[in-house]
Design a protein around this ligand. Structure first.
Ligand code: MSP
Length: 509
């Protein structure tokens, strides 16, 4: 029985198109999803768009569109980006879909059954940009005299009737859960942040908005719509159809194995979401991991600064594999990191074009030229041949260890290190010299290099799927023999296998 692995991204607000931060989250989650699939797990990978709320309502009005028209427009941009980046999501959820509205209503009713929803009135600060309520002491007055929330977004005073969720009731259970599961939140800094937030005391929070008709109506009181964050969080359950039909084939994926999100929305996932699930009596997810922010030359990106990076522009310039590789290798997963064209060019030229690309073309063009385009029959392996092959078989367990702890950048660096080693091996063994005076030895060296290249191709699939696929195609590796279970001697590349003339994997920038 395969072990189900359910990984999600945050669902992006559909009030605008995607930026590089969204692309980063998609790429990282995709690497994790692909890695787990190749490791033999039964994976469900979900992404989508968050389409309700005041922000949508206002942006649409300003653009002269209905909120749904705006959502349709932007959801398409996200779906297009997913394709352009080779994201392998199994489903794309939009919170305006019927399946989601049904699930959210059922979820609400479950919270009512636990007596956790009550009517009251809320007077306080609200940031439409963050779709978040803030207490007075979390706000500050900006230079232009406007009041802002902790993220620097403007807040407005609202005073309205609302439904509250009894978060305070879950204080002890949430704290107990976090203390018993110190790995539930990663990285460690975020866990500590969440823990101290919970220890500082949880207060009931508003879970509905009056005066809005753009949202999911509160069951039995259509004068309110659900607070957009409650609506949005439930998307993770919706996609498994767990509340609609527990016997359906997707229900086995709940609870989620991993929610990948940005550090700015950790509280919603690691505290509110957990309490909401406890209230609805649903099983809790296994892990929430908060990645850092992609910065432009050290600065936060914003429309007002005009420094927002468009991922499509980078894909056009560098190709999706290079953008994927750069973001995953350059930014330690969990920390902030910079993205700019010079940095991308340096990584692409160094690690990919001169590294993996050069290695592939060096070894394959020699086989095409000297071995009639077929993997040669090796002779007896020398110590150095054996060493590099064994090193390549040892790569999977070590990369897997890094991926299990979501150290994606370290996982990639191990793969690149192996490519560097093979390059060194080739330089030392110099098969181009052997072609004149020792053909049997040349064959063994080229065999060894391509066997390691096969492993590198397999291991690169989660990170640079297109280029990895090309490497494996050039080596004529059958589709069924590209999973991690084939990284061993028993499935080593067969002599006589045809290879193709190498094509450029990563054009130098
Ligand atoms: N709609 C909510 C999420 C609801 S999940 C139930 C939301 N949307 S968002 O569009 O603002 O952000 C979507 C994701 O992108 C979040 O995980 C957020 O942290 C991430 N990022 C937004 N800007 C980012 C960067 N500059 N860098 C990296 N990730 C960033 O929040």
């Amino acid at each position: 029985m395969q072990h189900p692995f359910y990984v999600t991204t945050a669902i992006a607000y559909a009030n605008g198109g995607p930026h590089i931060g969204h692309a980063y989250e998609l790429i990282a989650s995709d690497a994790v999803a692909r890695f787990n699939r190749l490791a033999g797990k039964d994976v469900l990978f979900l992404s989508g768009t968050d389409e309700h709320g005041k922000k949508m309502e206002r942006t649409a009005a300003a653009a002269g569109l209905t909120p749904l028209e705006l959502a349709n427009l932007n959801a398409k941009k996200f779906e297009d980006l997913l394709r352009a980046l080779c994201i392998s999501n199994d489903d794309f959820i939009r919170t305006t879909q019927e399946r989601h509205k049904d699930t959210a209503s059922r979820f609400w009713n479950l919270m009512c059954e636990s007596d956790d929803i009550y009517k009251g009135s809320y007077s306080g600060w609200y940031s439409v940009r963050d779709e978040a309520f803030y207490s007075e002491n979390e706000t500050f007055i900006n230079d232009d005299n406007s009041r802002c929330g902790p993220n620097g977004t403007e807040v407005e005073w609202i005073s309205e009737e609302t439904y509250f969720f009894r978060l305070s009731k879950y204080q002890d259970r949430v704290l107990g859960f976090l203390e018993q599961n110190p790995d539930f939140v990663g990285p460690k800094e975020r866990y500590n942040e969440v823990l101290s937030f919970v220890k500082s005391g949880l207060r009931d929070f508003s879970v509905s908005r009056a005066n809005s008709n753009w949202g999911i109506p509160v069951p039995n009181d259509p004068s309110h719509v659900m607070y957009v964050w409650v609506d949005a969080l439930v998307n993770y359950v919706t996609a498994t159809h767990y509340l609609l039909d527990i016997k359906n084939e997707k229900a086995i994926y709940w609870p989620a194995s991993l929610h990948v999100i940005g550090k700015d929305i950790i509280r919603f996932h690691a505290v509110y979401w957990i309490a909401l699930l406890m209230s609805a009596k649903l099983p809790l997810p296994s892990k929430v991991f908060a990645h850092g922010f992609v910065l432009n030359k050290g600065e936060k990106m914003s429309k007002s600064l005009g420094n927002v990076i468009d991922p499509n522009m980078l894909i056009d310039r560098f190709g999706s594999d290079s953008v994927r590789y750069f973001l995953l290798r350059e930014i330690p997963f969990g920390q902030d990191g910079n993205c700019d064209e010079q940095l991308i060019a340096a990584r692409v030229n160094g690690d990919l074009a001169n590294g993996i690309g050069n290695l592939t073309s060096r070894s394959l063009s020699m086989i095409v030229k000297n071995c009639d385009s077929q993997i040669p029959q090796p002779g007896e392996f020398s110590n150095s041949d054996r060493k590099i092959i064994e090193q390549s078989y040892a790569l999977y367990p070590s990369v897997s260890k890094e991926m299990d702890s979501l150290q994606i950048h370290k996982a990639l660096s191990l793969i690149i290190q192996l490519a560097t080693e093979v390059d060194r091996y080739l330089t030392t063994e110099a098969p181009w010299l052997l072609s004149n005076n020792d053909r049997p030895r040349m064959n063994t060296v080229l065999y060894t290099a391509t066997e390691v290249l096969r492993v590198i191709g397999i291991m690169l699939q989660p990170f640079t799927p297109r280029a990895a696929g090309k490497i494996l195609d050039m080596l004529s590796i059958h589709q069924d023999r590209r999973h991690f279970g084939t990284i061993n001697e028993a499935t080593r590349i067969r002599p006589g296998t045809s290879v193709c003339t190498p094509e450029a994997l990563f054009p130098r920038v």
